[in-house]
Design a protein around this ligand. Structure first.
Ligand SMILES: [Zn+2]
Length: 96
């Protein structure tokens, strides 16, 4: 018995469909809001996310606010405070 394994798979080798690339790139005239990191994230070298807790309190235009608070409370305490505050605010909204 000859082990003739002729598994003839017809592999459909479809040629890469040429995607019609339009020569015009996406319009850069759109108002792209480039969010600069808030003062806190900038100083802490954190990644300032979209819903940054610190951003409303420490706008990038007022870095001294954060440096002062940072010196007094410490970064982790500020973040903790704001987190607690946010939770309380959410609660008060819920209770009212
Ligand atoms: Zn931030």
């Amino acid at each position: 018995m000859g082990s003739s394994s002729d598994t003839a798979y017809t592999v459909a080798t479809a040629p890469p469909s040429p995607t019609p690339t339009s020569s015009s790139p996406p319009a850069a005239t759109m108002t792209t809001v480039v969010l600069s990191p808030c003062a806190a994230c900038k100083i802490l070298r954190r990644r300032c996310v979209d819903r940054c807790l610190l951003a409303p309190y420490f706008p990038p235009t007022e870095p001294h606010k954060f440096t002062t608070a940072h010196r007094v409370f410490g970064a982790s305490n500020i973040i903790k405070l704001l987190q607690a505050r946010c939770r309380r605010r959410a609660l008060s909204v819920y209770l009212n």
